[in-house]
Write a protein that binds this ligand. Structure first.
Ligand code: DC
Length: 225
């Protein structure tokens, strides 16, 4: 099938809006592929850190984005997908707040974003694609027939993240997390290139106080309309 004819559902929104979980569940329900674009930025940030690069050295980071090998592999037991960066299973490292902050920093460099475009377009394959990120509906797949923008209050997003990290035994405070989330939102929304904002034709869904099952149903309704 010509990629332009493959249906795409874009799910954009700030960190902690539930995008990751919702995108995975919706892709499973539809039987479509999944693009976790944040994982690409995290992978480049991680590779840059592993190579000892200075995150403000745009030329070096761009070269890193152009050459880092990123592979998604489904776990043999049907569990979560693992992300390999230059052959190393970096799944756990990529989930940390440090990796998120590094990703957010390098994501503001236009040439880094450019280096990752072709890889993202390559995910558009039959029978369909759920694309999770910040600029999926605005920049990468502007022609997508289905677009959703998820939001939630920063307090709610901090609470969700706090619960996840506590379950992993990490020690954090709620107030620190909320501050970090607000700082990252401000940086992602104010950058000159591909800032975090809803596409004009996106359906806005506020997930504050709504359970995962209900959000999935609302998103599926956008596709089935
Ligand atoms: O969705 P996430 O938390 O894994 O994303 C990590 C960072 O990557 C986020 O702070 C901004 C950046 N990002 C981006 O700029 N564009 C995307 N499509 C996805 C993520």
């Amino acid at each position: 099938m010509n990629p332009a004819n493959v249906p795409v559902l874009t799910i954009d929104g700030p960190s902690g809006s539930g995008k990751g979980t919702i995108s995975r569940l919706v892709a499973e329900q539809l039987g479509w592929r999944l693009l976790d674009s944040g994982a690409l930025y995290r992978a480049v940030g991680y590779a840059a850190g592993a190579a000892g690069l200075d995150l403000s050295d745009e030329e070096a980071i761009t070269r890193c984005a152009q050459t880092t090998r990123i592979q998604f592999r489904a776990a043999a037991d049907g569990g979560e997908t693992h992300v390999f960066v230059n052959g190393h299973d970096a799944t756990d490292e990529l989930r940390t707040e440090t990796a998120g902050a590094a990703a957010s920093a390098i994501a503001s460099v236009p040439s880094v974003r450019h280096a990752l475009v072709a890889m993202q377009l390559g995910f558009r394959k039959a029978p369909g694609l759920v694309a999770d990120g910040r600029d999926m509906g605005t920049v990468i797949f502007p022609d997508a027939p289905f677009k959703v923008f998820l939001t939630a209050s920063s307090a709610e997003r901090a609470k969700r993240r706090y619960k996840q990290l506590k379950e992993k035994g990490l020690s954090v405070t709620l107030a620190t997390l909320q501050r970090e989330i607000e700082a990252r939102d401000a940086r992602d929304a104010s950058r000159a290139v591909a800032p975090l904002k809803p596409a004009e034709d996106a359906v806005l869904i506020d997930t504050t106080g709504i359970g995962i099952g209900d959000v999935v149903a609302k998103v599926l309704a956008v596709v089935q309309r």
